[in-house]
Ligand binder design. Structure first.
Ligand SMILES: Cc1cc2nc3c(=O)[nH]c(=O)nc-3n(C[C@H](O)[C@H](O)[C@H](O)COP(=O)(O)OP(=O)(O)OC[C@H]3O[C@@H](n4cnc5c(N)ncnc54)[C@H](O)[C@@H]3O)c2cc1C
Length: 469
């Protein structure tokens, strides 16, 4: 071998070794994480943002693509409201989320002058209508005053007709809420802006990356996360010091090695959503006043019948090009068991579910005094979705207990979000980030919420003595 060939091979070897060394370094850096968040729905994304804001470089793993198409946060509208009869924690969760969302918007605009992010990307401010039984009146009035809601209330048919132009049955009241940013919140936009802000602050988001299992690794006193990347067709292991599990209905499945009890504490149930339109030829014949009234009286939570099957929530999901609104309707109590969680999202609605949706929408138009009945409505879309329910329907945002029963702040679970998650998502994420970084806040309502959804509650449910929260 002559000298120049030898020199060539030496150079090649040095370059190759340097490359291998670099790749190993890169790989090690890539797989040793400070905090890994599983689930890029509302909860995981909000938590990742709050941690990023504190200078923590997060890794967010999401099994879907960057366009969110399946999960409890799917869609463009959820009801957001300050008013909650009786229970002030829901009111606080919404109000604080509005404040936190403004911080997100300001941060996006400060980091990029072309961002043009605005609160209106996320919230619509529209009156929220509540129809309920008169039996709730005293409790409702007390909470409206406590919760500082700007409201209007009609409590008998005469008053409702003269003041609001609606036909109220006897023993039923109608309440209207007018707080700023009460109306609807758009989960799709909120997730999009959160992901943008996380990336701006150096966080990494891996889409199409499905977590297969999580286990504790005593050697490194951290966690090993087994993932499958659908785009690359690869499997790998991620070592992470801390983990946040926010996988929505899949949370119990993923925590089975670490916290198997979530399987009994969180119960995913199927719920359905119908999307209805007034037939175009009918809609465009309505008077301007009736059209305006439709926009003014959605979203609505209607429990006038006082029965679980008769209660529904409904809102305008979006408006088509001709100005005709697409009205979404579902029922908090219209839930059923799930045979296969992976397949439930594709389950079609039954004829009875569609007819329930059309009938309730038609009945609401009757109450609004708008001349429409079931024959004027058509189904334009539908899908099945999932509520993750706890026994009390209050979610969990909590560290898990360690072997001594004390909170292990290296593993935080957000789960059991049922139908209350969206309006409070930014606050749930804040509380999760505070758990993980062992940060505290002084406000009495903040601490009441943290307790209601946190470690003390989990300890109680598990029947263990809680040393401290
Ligand atoms: C029909 C319906 C109506 C609702 N109405 C309202 C309302 O009016 N107002 C309100 O405030 N709230 C409402 N909610 C509640 C709110 O939408 C949910 O509480 C919230 O979206 C839950 O968010 P999440 O992040 O916990 O779950 P998800 O959105 O399900 O997020 C979990 C994420 O984890 C990902 N994931 C799962 N498994 C894995 C894995 N193995 N690896 C990687 N990623 C994984 C999923 O793809 C998903 O993106 C409603 C919910 C439903 C279903």
């Amino acid at each position: 071998m002559n000298m120049s060939v030898l020199r060539f091979y030496c150079l090649l070897m040095v370059t190759t070794l340097a490359f291998i060394h670099l790749s190993c370094d890169e790989k090690e850096q890539e797989i040793l994480q400070e905090v890994t968040i599983i689930g890029g729905g509302l909860m995981g994304s909000a938590t990742a943002w709050h941690l990023s804001q504190r200078g923590i470089k997060v890794l967010l793993l999401e099994k879907q693509d960057s366009i969110y198409t399946q999960g409890s946060s799917h869609g463009t509208a959820r009801i957001a409201r300050s008013s909650n009869r009786g229970n002030d924690i829901w009111s606080f969760l919404h109000d604080r989320s509005v404040v936190e969302t403004q911080i997100l918007i300001d941060s996006l605009n400060a980091m990029d002058e072309n961002a043009h992010a605005s609160m209106e990307d996320i919230y619509t401010t529209t009156p929220v209508t509540y129809v309920g039984r008169m039996a709730i009146y005293d409790k409702l009035l007390a909470s409206l005053i406590r919760q500082k809601v700007d409201f209007d209330l009609a409590i008998n048919p005469q008053e409702a007709l003269t003041r609001l132009g609606v036909r109220l049955p006897a023993d039923v009241l109608i309440q209207r809420e007018y707080n700023k940013y009460s109306g609807t919140v758009n989960p799709q936009q909120l997730i999009r802006l959160l992901h943008q802000a996380i990336r701006n602050l150096g966080g990494r988001i891996e889409y199409q990356t499905q977590v297969r299992s999580i286990s504790y690794n005593p050697d490194s006193e951290g966690y090993l996360i087994e993932v499958e990347n659908a785009t690359q067709g690869t499997n790998s292991l991620i070592a992470s010091k801390k983990v946040v599990c926010a996988a929505g209905p899949y949370t119990s499945r993923l925590t089975k090695n670490i916290a198997p009890y979530f399987d009994t504490l969180i119960n995913p149930q199927r719920v359905f959503l119908s999307f209805l339109q007034i037939k175009p030829e009918v809609y465009h014949q309505l008077s301007a006043e009736h059209k305006e009234k439709i926009f003014q009286y959605y979203p609505v939570i209607n429990s006038a019948e006082g029965t679980r099957s008769g209660s529904f929530f409904s809102m305008i999901e979006h408006v088509d090009q001709s100005g005709n609104p697409v009205i979404k309707i579902g029922g908090h109590f219209q839930r059923s068991s799930i045979e296969d969680l992976d397949k439930v999202w594709h389950k079609d609605l039954s004829a009875a579910e569609i007819s329930w949706s059309i009938q309730n929408t038609s009945d609401y138009f009757e109450l609004l005094n708008i001349p429409l009945d079931t024959s004027h409505l058509e189904l334009v879309d539908q899908y099945s979705c999932v509520y993750s329910l706890t026994k009390s329907e209050v979610p969990f945002v909590t560290p898990i207990p360690d072997a001594s029963g004390a909170p292990n702040r290296d593993f935080i679970v957000l789960g059991g979000m049922s139908g209350v998650g969206a309006k409070g998502a930014m606050t749930y994420g804040l509380i999760a980030a505070n758990h993980l970084t062992n940060s505290h806040e002084d406000g009495p309502m903040y601490n009441e919420v943290r307790k209601a959804i946190g470690f003390e509650r989990l300890s109680q449910d598990l029947g263990i003595k809680s040393p401290s929260n």
